[in-house]
Write a protein that binds this ligand. Structure first.
Ligand code: F6P
Length: 525
């Protein structure tokens, strides 16, 4: 099937079959599906609804799904040409249709002499490898430079979340001699100012990460950092500022001449693997960064080659679509039981909601189904003491995704056991519920969850985990027929912000609605 003419999910015969199956077995009228009964009736449910992908084990059995729905979802993927679309992504075809660009993040992970790099991408791959070598040797240089004690990374969205998450997740892999890393994203200058507190210009390296080099927050923080550097008698801007960007020409206009570049075909939220990963390489070293890429590459190969039934990104995406469009769940909650992964919900939020939060397909037609749900969450076990009450006894059912890591990564073994016990307990409690004479103490149960398990948290496993989420997002977008690689929805607010700023301090000026004008008068009149 040609990936450009593949049918959207609602046009595939399996969609109607899924609808009928839902009505017959899952709707309230049908008495609804009961997970406890499903386990009681099917002793093979747990193993048969579990999958092992590279570095990630996934137990999907505690979800509101049966074997027939799973089989129909597989049929849906086939009828929608998901595999042809995946192959087009991996072949560097212009799958970012609205911008007529490829999505090159998988290519960033391919090592030298990778036989799976398509011939048409060999030149691009060579450029990527050269940039990577230069980037990693710079990272090693920074790590060896005793004069640099602090690195401040300025960037936002995909130019912040990926590297920030990876540095947090891999704390145990950061060598003691590495400089301290600080991340600054917010337009609110408190963010920058608190990062700069106590730093010395001549001992600080600034990284300005922006694919476009046109993002207001990043430019404002970069200008303020340059001012701070100059005011502190810092003279060698070239030696203390480095830009990570697809627009070195624009960075140069700001006076930042040392650049590591990324291709236009690398999307912001998919850019950790590009030059944007520099702070990660500074933290864990060149070998660590290559291991992160290798982990992601292993997941890429799994995604490229595993049959639909055992392809984890594909199966997770099919479950996501089933939950969103048939079971009607409007949000998904992610709870990593690992402190190092506490930023994963925010990273996934950008990935999924910026990629798939769209209402028209890539041909501009309205999608007659719901697309990206609200993604939210926070680390366990903290969140057990915040929003879990609602998950257990609230009026909405929210599918929860648990992530646990078998190896502690620290010496407090019994505390780690306790943490894992809490994760397992929450997933079980959501499913089994509890009867009680007092309605306030009753748990309805039958609440779905997915359980992802890593053996350990290291560069490889993290790379594989993040690539898993990337591909899952792509597959769901593919089924919905949308372009997962553009983000036009973020533009309007930026344009209006510029117009408001232009009218600042001029009461009554600007052609705004009454509410905006009144607030503007209060704030800046
Ligand atoms: O929020 C819009 C967006 O373009 C994201 O997609 C991107 O990750 C972020 O802004 C930062 O963009 P840039 O790297 O160009 O500064």
């Amino acid at each position: 099937m040609n990936w450009q003419n593949r049918p959207r999910c609602d046009q595939a015969p399996a969609w109607a079959l899924l609808r009928a199956h839902y009505e017959q077995h899952f709707s309230a009228n049908a008495g609804a599906f009961d997970l406890r009964a499903a386990f009681a009736q099917d002793p093979r449910r747990a193993p048969d609804f579990s999958l092992q992908a590279p570095y990630v084990f996934a137990d999907l059995s505690k979800n509101l799904i049966d074997r027939n729905a799973r089989q129909l979802l597989g049929q849906l993927a086939r009828e929608c040409g998901v595999e042809a679309h995946r192959d087009a992504l991996l072949a560097g075809e212009p799958v970012n249709v609205t911008e007529q660009r490829p999505a090159l993040h998988p290519l960033l992970r391919a090592p030298q002499n990778d036989p799976n790099v398509p011939d048409g991408l060999r030149d691009e791959h060579l450029k990527i490898l050269q940039e990577l070598d230069a980037l990693l040797s710079f990272a090693e240089q920074v790590r060896a430079d005793a004069n640099i004690t602090d690195v401040v990374h300025i960037g936002i969205g995909g130019s912040d979340l990926g590297p920030r998450l990876a540095v947090q997740a891999l704390t145990e892999h950061v060598s003691a001699s590495a400089p301290r890393l600080h991340f600054v994203a917010n337009m609110d200058a408190h963010d920058l100012l608190s990062a700069l507190r106590g730093l010395q210009p001549e001992r600080t390296l600034f990284i300005v990460a922006s694919k476009s080099f046109g993002t207001a927050e990043t430019l404002a923080n970069a200008r303020a950092a340059l001012d701070w550097f100059g005011a502190g008698d810092g003279v060698d801007v070239a030696g203390h500022f480095v830009a990570l960007t697809a627009r070195p020409d624009v960075a140069a206009q700001l006076g930042i001449t040392r650049c590591f570049s990324m291709a236009e075909g690398v999307g912001g939220r998919y850019s950790l693997w590009s030059a944007i990963g520099l702070p990660v390489a500074i933290a864990i070293g060149a070998a660590g960064f290559r291991a992160l890429l290798a982990g992601a590459r292993t997941m890429d190969r799994h995604f490229a080659t595993a049959p639909i039934a055992t392809n984890l990104p594909l199966q997770l995406a099919l479950l996501d679509v089933w939950q969103r469009d048939f079971l009607g769940f409007a949000s998904r909650c992610l709870v990593p039981y690992r402190h190092g992964l506490r930023l994963l919900p925010a990273w996934w939020q950008q990935l999924e909601m910026e990629s798939n939060g769209k209402r028209v397909d890539s041909h501009g037609r309205a999608v007659p189904a719901h697309t990206a749900p609200v993604i939210w969450g926070a680390e366990g076990s903290n969140s057990q003491h915040t929003f879990f009450q609602m998950l257990h006894q609230g009026t909405q059912t929210v599918p929860v995704e648990f992530i646990a890591v078998r190896e502690a990564g620290h010496p407090l073994a019994s505390q780690h056991r306790q943490l894992l016990a809490h994760a397992l307990a929450q997933a079980r409690a959501l499913m089994v519920g509890a009867d009680h004479a007092d309605p306030a103490r009753q748990f309805p149960g039958n609440r779905p969850s997915t359980f992802l398990l890593l053996e350990r948290l290291d560069p490889q496993t993290l790379g594989a985990l993040l690539a898993l989420y990337e591909h899952r997002t792509f597959v769901a977008g593919s089924l919905w027929g949308i372009d997962s690689f553009d983000q036009w929805g973020v533009e309007l607010g930026k344009t209006i912000a510029r117009a408001i700023e232009a009218q600042w301090g001029q009461p009554g000026a600007g052609d705004f609605d009454d509410s905006t004008s009144a607030l503007l008068a209060r704030l800046g009149g």
